[in-house]
Ligand binder design. Structure first.
Ligand SMILES: Cc1cc2nc3c(=O)[nH]c(=O)nc-3n(C[C@H](O)[C@H](O)[C@H](O)COP(=O)(O)O)c2cc1C
Length: 409
């Protein structure tokens, strides 16, 4: 498919990745617009490097594209920035296709690739932070970026053309025949980038801040991530958004997550909604039966506060609520956003008790007493929910102020 080879303008770099039009579930993440696995060829005057590879089912596509750009025997280096199989899954085939190529990566990534592949025959060039590799008239520089997204993650930087190969950071799950941010309106790019950040990177805010600081002094004309569109025009906008997201700097927004069997918990959720809205917050009400975890993470990322409610089912919370809590426990650390819990039960209310144990385990910032109702909420329960919503809304606004004041200092 030669039409899908795309060059980065004014640079000896060709995109040779694969577009995954049909993926709708990426280890649980609902990828409504599909994705892409981006790989690149850099042609220096003396040496040629392939940067990253694609998910194994797309391997033959990558091999065909590499052959269209260069004689595989003339590929000197295969750079691996991240060992996750969606980017490293075809390295084994590249190694076979390019008999003279060394796999260039850091020591930890080398070890991980060894645990995922039979690497006995691979030739290696192990690099460290800030090492440079000459391709003749071009230079690749390697910048380690641990925990963006795994411990072995690193950036590659093409010095002369000022291109940062940013691996998972600044990526988006976005299938397209177009390759650049200039091909789309900002709101769509932003939506895909935020959803990706929330679901893949939210836990790594601090390590991403460190990595961004490490490359902040470099001139960067192009950010070429391992998923989605390549950034040329929108780099400052994206960096500003990453600054907000990595600091979990919220909007004035409260998100209420809940599930219900016979609507009593929903009645409570609606009253909390009324209270938080009266406090001055935008409020989102998400019933977890209908809203997937991808949406939950996306909404929580920029929430200043949240509430979580469940009916009691068989002495536990509802499974949809348990799934949301498990997902959020992984993504929210520290869980300093103000939160409250609530729910309806018939006789022992163990569902909300279990929910509270999970809030405790995630060291959540619980700001109101739990509200439990027996079957249908009484007028007193309804009033309690309204007041708790009001309080949650106020705490959320305080949280918003403190996060934005921190930023201004
Ligand atoms: C299948 C089933 C299992 C239940 N298990 C429990 C239970 O273990 N403990 C309890 O207190 N209530 C239990 N209940 C009662 C519900 O929690 C109660 O009806 C509650 O009001 C439901 O809230 P909802 O209207 O938000 O769905 C159960 C109800 C159903 C239908």
């Amino acid at each position: 498919m030669p039409e899908l080879l795309q060059k980065i303008p004014n640079a000896p770099v060709t995109w040779v990745g694969a577009v995954d039009w049909n993926v709708r579930n990426f280890h649980g993440y609902k990828t409504s617009l599909g994705s892409s696995y981006n790989a690149y060829i850099v042609e220096g005057s003396e040496k040629v490097a392939v940067i990253d590879s694609v998910k194994a089912p797309f391997s033959s596509e990558l091999m065909d594209k590499v052959k269209q750009v260069v004689d595989p025997a003339k590929v000197d280096y295969i750079v691996c920035n991240h060992a996750e199989p969606d980017h490293s899954g075809s390295i084994k085939d590249l190694v076979k296709l390019c008999p003279n190529a060394k796999v260039v990566t850091n020591n930890l990534c080398k070890k991980m690739l060894g645990m995922m592949n039979d690497t006995a025959e691979w030739q290696w060039q192990v690099v460290r932070d800030q090492d440079e590799l000459s391709l003749g008239d071009r230079t690749l520089k390697f910048i380690t970026s641990p925990m963006v997204h795994w411990p072995e993650s690193m950036y590659s930087y093409l010095v002369e053309d000022e291109i940062l190969f940013s691996m998972d950071s600044f990526g988006q799950h976005f299938a397209s025949s177009k390759r650049f941010d200039t091909d789309y309106e900002w709101p769509l790019l932003l939506r895909q980038m935020k959803e990706y950040y929330a679901n893949i990177l939210m836990l790594f805010g601090k390590t991403i801040q460190r990595a961004v600081k490490k490359v902040a002094g470099l001139p960067i004309k192009v950010v070429a991530p391992a998923h989605g569109l390549i950034l040329t025009d929108r780099i400052p906008d994206v960096l500003a958004k990453y600054d907000d997201w990595t600091h979990l700097r919220p909007e004035k927004k409260v998100v209420i997550l809940y599930d219900t069997m016979y609507d009593s918990t929903e009645r409570m959720a609606r009253e909390i909604y009324r209270g938080a809205a009266d406090a001055g917050c935008e409020v989102k009400l998400l019933r977890l039966r209908e809203n997937d975890l991808t949406k939950v993470a996306d909404e929580i990322l920029d929430a200043a506060g949240w509430a979580i409610g469940s009916a009691t089912l068989n002495e536990n919370m509802m499974p949809t609520v348990g799934a949301a809590m498990t997902y959020l426990k992984g993504l929210l650390d520290p869980a300093d956003k103000p939160v409250m819990s609530f729910g309806s039960h018939g006789w022992n209310g163990k569902g909300v008790d279990e929910l509270n144990k999970m809030l405790e385990a995630m060291k959540a910032n619980v700001v109101t007493e739990t509200i439990k109702s027996k079957f249908r909420p009484t007028p007193e329960d309804v009033e309690k929910c309204y007041q708790a919503g009001l309080e949650l809304g106020r705490k959320a606004l305080e949280h918003y102020e403190s996060k934005h004041t921190e930023a201004a200092e």
